[in-house]
Write a protein that binds this ligand. Structure first.
Ligand code: CMX
Length: 134
């Protein structure tokens, strides 16, 4: 089986401005790639490099997935994102084992990269994002 590298850990926060300094201090890096992903109702910023890379996610709408998560659980780890050669092939692999897919097809995520999410009920209670290697 091919190993898949961790691309980033997603952390839900109320405010990027308030939380970024904390994660810059933890990772030793500077924030970069700040962007609104309108389709997901989030604004994101990355910090850190390699397997310690973090994506901070703050909601831009009350009905977004991250707003619901914050209301229910408060700030904290939101998802793990794995880098894969082909999101489409990975979705087929998950589908074959009966996993619950949130996205049936790859779609554009942060940075315009192809992504898809797998429901946490199929992945040990952890929301999993797949991103196509870039
Ligand atoms: N991690 C683990 N469990 C989670 C979760 C998360 N991030 N979000 C929700 N859940 C759990 C809930 O606690 C709930 O569990 P229980 O039934 O045991 O209470 C269950 O999943 C269903 O939750 P829900 O509130 O009924 O469903 P939601 O409407 O909140 O949807 C989910 C949950 C995962 C389907 C939705 O958040 C989703 O579609 N996520 C994918 C998209 C996304 O997260 N986008 C933001 C990031 C974008 C980016 O990185 O660019």
């Amino acid at each position: 089986m091919t190993e898949r590298a961790l691309d980033h850990v997603g952390i839900a926060v109320h405010s990027l401005d308030d939380s970024l300094p904390t994660f810059e201090s933890i990772t030793g890096g500077k924030g970069y790639g700040r962007e609104r992903v309108e389709s997901q109702g989030v604004e994101v910023v990355f910090v850190g490099e390699g397997p310690g890379r973090v994506e901070l996610l703050a909601p831009t709408r009350d009905d977004s997935a991250v707003a619901k998560f914050l209301a229910k659980r408060g700030p904290g780890m939101h998802h793990l994102c794995y880098r894969v050669a082909s999101v489409r092939d990975e979705l087929a692999r998950y589908r074959e084992v009966g996993a619950r897919l949130i996205d049936q097809e790859p779609r554009a995520g942060a940075g315009g990269h192809q992504v898809a999410f797998i429901h946490p009920k199929s992945t040990g209670g952890v929301l999993v994002e797949l991103v196509e290697a870039h």
